[in-house]
Design a protein around this ligand. Sequence first.
Ligand SMILES: Cc1cc2nc3c(=O)[nH]c(=O)nc-3n(C[C@H](O)[C@H](O)[C@H](O)COP(=O)(O)O)c2cc1C
Length: 362
Amino acid sequence: MIDPFKRLARKGLFLFDPETAHGMSIAALKSGLVPACQITSDPRLRQIVAGLTFENPLGMAAGYDKNAEVPEALLKLGFGFTEIGTVTPKPQSGNPRPRIFRLVEDEAVINRLGFNNEGHDAAFGRLAALRGGGMIGVNIGANKDSEDRIADYVAGIRRFYSVARYFTANISSPNTPGLRDLQGRESLAVLLSSVLAARDEMAAASGRKIPVFLKIAPDLTEEGMDDIAAEVLSHTLDGLIVSNTTLSRDGLKDQRQAKETGGLSGVPLFEKSTAVLARMRKRVGPDLPIIGVGGVSSAETALEKIRAGADLVQLYSCMVYEGPGLAGDIVRGLSKLLDREKAGSIRELRDTRVDYWAARKV
Ligand SMILES: Cc1cc2nc3c(=O)[nH]c(=O)nc-3n(C[C@H](O)[C@H](O)[C@H](O)COP(=O)(O)O)c2cc1C
């Protein structure tokens, strides 16, 4: 149940179209008007993943802060990490508006933004100007009109190497035609070799090895998952992010908005993305880090991702419905769940429901 103040704030914001409301929320974070969240650090929530120490396992997913305008303000909301982007080498305007749709009854969002962003230089300038050592990942992609998409990912690694704590190669947006084809076995092999060679070259030059994660779609066949797992395991990739938005429209109440083209996220994506996460955990084994994302709306759903095999969790859409206090609520709620489970750390609960989720028909 959301409280009356939240309900009022939400009603106010929902008077505006979703993209305008998003811009207003970024402006509010920039202005410092959104109060920072008070959470006491809980060592049981600390996670070391791919050599990085995360204060808590909850992150802001890519797409909210595409141009690195408010990463530090997001961390102050209680997130243990945040991911800027997707950024592409050149600025691009994306698809025509309207291109974000709220499915209020479903607590879901459909977007077909198409990587609208200000390009590498703008985001790099903002990140380079930050002084704090916040846990900020950089999500990289390819321009729509690029003649060599893989070169765009390589350019992202090179451009952001000095400011990223980790990279995400996003090959799973449904809104750039043909992008998801990079998930196919042969293309993926070339992508991973090129991106990881660029990373290794930068690591040798700088003495710092920045982890690279790969973000995949939830709309994969069993064979598609086998191919991705095989390629991931034969390269030195540091982890997977599961998952991006779905093309599925199963089980939605808002049939009118469901007809909009684009990727669906929020509550209806939870089951599918969690099942794919568990299936990938079974395929890649216990050692590869996985970040679970899709429909996280509460401490319980965040913990369920961890039980299904995630080391870390991210969210975006449910913050549209629950407001900026959601991150703090989830982090505090996770501590309470650990008390209830008498668990000494988040890691103890990882994988405790992999079989259940992997067998789930979605
Ligand atoms: C409006 C919007 C824009 C997004 N843009 C990106 C993006 O640029 N890059 C990316 O990797 N994912 C993007 N995503 C996907 C999210 O990062 C996340 O994977 C997905 O929404 C599932 O999580 P959720 O259900 O918590 O929103 C976007 C999602 C939304 C709703």
